[in-house]
Design a protein around this ligand. Structure first.
Ligand code: ADP
Ligand code: MG
Length: 240
């Protein structure tokens, strides 16, 4: 589903992604962790071209991500993204937030789009909030709306960038529960998160990044019990 070959990116002189190689199979669930500033957000932002890379190759579901606008649009339709800051449109209701992309990008008829939006709002367990505005919801509810909104585009891949980091502790679980459910439905997922409980239950592979590089990648059981790299061990000692 995702092939990343020798991906390199610079911000000016700063080498933010240093020869990243990553293959993700359909239905695979990857958790990415690592210290702040290691390039995690930049990596997943490159996967839907919110950031451009300078060297290497990204192929998503057979389409290469290059400067060809047609390819970028094709890939963005297949890749949903959920951010730390929920990025909902504050002047639109929950339902309208969910309708926007299906109607304007996918050209889904409004009635069908409403049906689908309600379906996903039910899946994230807040159908009763459909007519409210984001500002009237808790952080956990807003993040679940953001997940429903991404799902309304029926993506093949979902990218999460620290989706629970901005939440009060009591709201983290309701968002993680939705993500666990999504994972069990077979969605291909890449999640940047430091929720190691989530990584243990859901991830097929955990990737540790530091300094723009993938330092270690392993199934959770190996990753947490016998990390090979000293840098990984150090990181785990700090967060566990
Ligand atoms: P992480 O998500 O792992 O915390 P990021 O990918 O956000 O790391 O950032 C990696 C590094 O790149 C950081 O040092 C950050 O300051 C830098 N960086 C991120 N975005 C930009 C940008 N738009 N311009 C310049 N530097 C950036
Ligand atoms: Mg980040």
């Amino acid at each position: 589903m995702i092939q990343v070959n020798d991906l390199n990116k610079w911000f000016g002189d700063f080498h933010v992604l240093n020869s990243i190689n990553l293959d993700v199979q359909k239905g695979e669930r990857i958790v990415i962790c690592g210290p702040s500033g290691s390039g995690k957000s930049t990596l997943i932002r490159c996967l839907n071209h919110l950031e451009a890379h300078q060297r290497g190759q990204i192929i998503i579901d057979g389409v290469e991500l290059n400067e060809d606008v047609k390819n970028i649009e094709a890939i963005r339709r297949e890749v949903g993204m959920v951010f730390q800051q929920f990025n909902l449109f504050p002047h639109l209701s929950v339902l309208e937030n969910c309708l926007l992309a299906p109607i304007w990008v996918r050209k889904t008829p409004r009635r069908e789009a409403i049906e689908m939006a309600m379906h996903y709002l039910e899946r994230v367990r807040i159908p009763e909030q459909a007519d409210k505005y984001p500002g009237q919801l808790s952080g956990g509810q807003q993040q679940r709306v953001a997940i429903a909104r991404a799902l309304c585009m029926q993506p093949k891949i979902m990218l999460f960038d620290e989706p629970t980091s901005a939440l009060d502790p009591e709201m983290i679980k309701e968002v993680l529960d939705v993500m666990v459910e999504l994972a069990s439905s077979g969605m291909t997922m890449l999640c940047v998160t430091h929720e190691m409980g989530f990584a243990k239950t859901v991830a097929d592979r955990v990737i540790f990044m530091d300094d723009g590089q993938i330092v270690e990648a392993a199934p959770p059981r190996d990753f947490f019990t016998r990390p090979e790299q000293p840098r990984t061990r150090e990181f785990l000692e700090q967060i566990l």
